[in-house]
Design a binder for this molecule. Structure first.
Ligand code: BGC
Length: 482
């Protein structure tokens, strides 16, 4: 089986020509703010929890609820997000997300008791879910085909920046026990998102789907003044021609779209069962178990070895995702993740059998950095990119919502059961299991996931329709030339 070496550079339509307009920059600003809020709200709780626990004397169950219900809110929010993005449009769905972020942050910061705090966490989670569907969907529909991977990866970059900022804010405010400020400060980027979304241009694809042709044409002129709007409009219309307006939910699961659905759900699950959030949430504890003795040493290791490295390595994906294609990044990343998880497993095995803990601690630190680097240039950005480009237009909003909800469901299961699993079988076997999922996932991608880089959304759609199943080894060059 041939692995594509590089995405063909031949432009396919005028849609593929690069370039920036003020309107596209506003779209990018919205996507980046939404991603940063997602990351911040996900990362902030680890540092806020001690203060919350002190003030409200939480039971262990309440601690778990305060921590994890953002994920449950996000699961529900992503399902609603698909509906909102299809009915109201991509832009207005982001407006709803921004309002939820701001309301949730204010509710958390002002909570007089644990019930209101949990309500605030659910509202924020719901906003995270809506944004997690609407932002990459918006990015993938607005981006020129040849920059789509890069555009959606900016969303992932923003998530990592949000997580990193939350670690820094937690550190800065932890001395004063400022948990209310930690949670409340995200209202500021939420308000910025509101301000950015108002003048933003709607996705022309969504407007055409709603029969608002003149607005779609105007949106194309604003977003990409260098293309001929009528040619572009005609190409969008051609891809929508055979589609009745609103597809039913059931159609997401129709046999015709089984292949993209399996790929989307498979990637969504793989991104989580290879352990990223177990490491993001419990990094302090992992470093403690690996011999980092003081709390200060643990938070420093987490902030820089996990948080900062995650941001920096995502830049690699931004540089290469459109040049090399999706498959090479996914396969290389999974190889790196699998090898580093195996190394962490072996290091813990040494610790468990009374081996030198300074050495094992160093191995763990280096291997976790290697793991984060490998995730950040592959599964992090590429999974969101592929999920947002493989589905046909008529089911895209809903199918992306299902895949995103499955991603959150898997994140919830992994973060809920990680500590239980560690108690039951030990760190070594737990990391071994994550490594096994990397190997199995790599094999599956090698055999089943075709290259989508360098193709327009219309070409990808045609690829599924052509013979029901494109060959997994089809290089991007074949489609890009069409
Ligand atoms: C994942 C999150 C994860 C983050 C880490 C995202 O792509 O969906 O679950 O926490 O990457 O950078």
């Amino acid at each position: 089986m041939r692995v594509p070496q590089a995405v063909a550079r031949t432009a396919t339509t005028d849609d593929d020509a690069g370039g920036w307009s003020a309107a596209l920059l506003v779209v990018l600003a919205c996507v980046v703010l939404a991603g940063a809020l997602f990351g911040y709200d996900q990362g902030v709780i680890s540092g806020a929890l001690t203060g919350v626990q002190r003030e409200f004397a939480l039971s262990p169950l309440a601690v778990e609820v305060v921590t994890s219900w953002v994920t449950l809110g996000a699961l529900a929010g992503s399902l609603a997000g698909g509906e909102l993005a299809d009915r109201l449009g991509r832009r207005r769905a982001l407006l709803v997300a921004a309002a939820l972020f701001a309301t949730g942050a204010a509710t958390e910061a002002a909570a007089p008791g644990v019930a209101v705090l949990v309500a605030g966490r659910l509202i924020v989670g719901f906003g995270v879910g809506v944004a997690a569907v609407a932002a990459p969907l918006y990015a993938s529909e607005m981006a020129p085909a040849r920059q789509r991977g890069r555009f959606v990866s900016c969303y992932q970059l923003a998530i990592t920046i949000g997580i990193f900022l939350s670690y820094l804010v937690d550190q800065a405010l932890s001395a004063g026990g400022g948990w209310r400020l930690m949670l409340g400060v995200s209202a500021v980027p939420a308000l910025l998102l509101l301000v950015a979304v108002v003048p933003a241009v709607e996705s022309p694809r969504w407007l055409v789907r709603k029969g608002r042709r003149a607005e779609a044409r105007a949106a194309i002129v604003r977003a990409r003044p260098w293309v001929d709007p009528d040619t572009r409009l005609a190409s969008i219309e051609a891809s929508l021609r055979d589609e009745p307006q609103d597809a039913a939910w059931a159609e997401v699961f129709a046999p015709a779209w089984r292949r993209p659905l399996v790929i989307g759900l498979g990637l969504a699950i793989l991104q989580q069962v290879t352990g990223i959030n177990a490491i993001i949430y419990y990094a302090d504890r992992i470093f403690a178990a690996a011999g980092f003795a003081t709390e200060h040493a643990q938070t420093q290791a987490t902030t820089w070895a996990i948080g900062a490295v995650n941001v920096a390595a995502t830049l690699i994906a931004i540089a290469f995702i459109d040049r090399l294609g999706r498959r090479p990044l996914l396969l290389a990343g999974l190889a790196g993740m699998g090898a580093s998880l195996a190394a962490v497993g072996i290091a813990f095995h040494t610790i468990d059998s009374g081996g030198a803990s300074v050495f094992a601690g160093t191995v763990t630190l280096v291997a976790l950095v290697a793991f984060i680097v490998s995730f950040a240039f592959s599964l992090g950005p590429v999974v969101w990119t592929v999920i947002n480009e493989i589905f046909p237009g008529r089911v895209r909003g809903r199918a992306v919502a299902v895949a995103t909800a499955v991603n959150w469901g898997a994140a919830f299961v992994v973060s809920e059961f990680f500590l239980t699993l560690v108690d039951a079988v030990g760190e070594s076997a737990t990391f071994g299991l994550f490594a096994f999922f990397c190997a199995a996932g790599g094999l599956w991608i090698w055999r089943q996931v075709p290259e989508t880089g360098g193709r327009s959304l219309e070409q990808i759609q045609a690829m599924w329709q052509a013979n029901g199943a494109p060959p997994a080894s089809a290089g991007p060059a074949a489609g890009a030339a069409g």
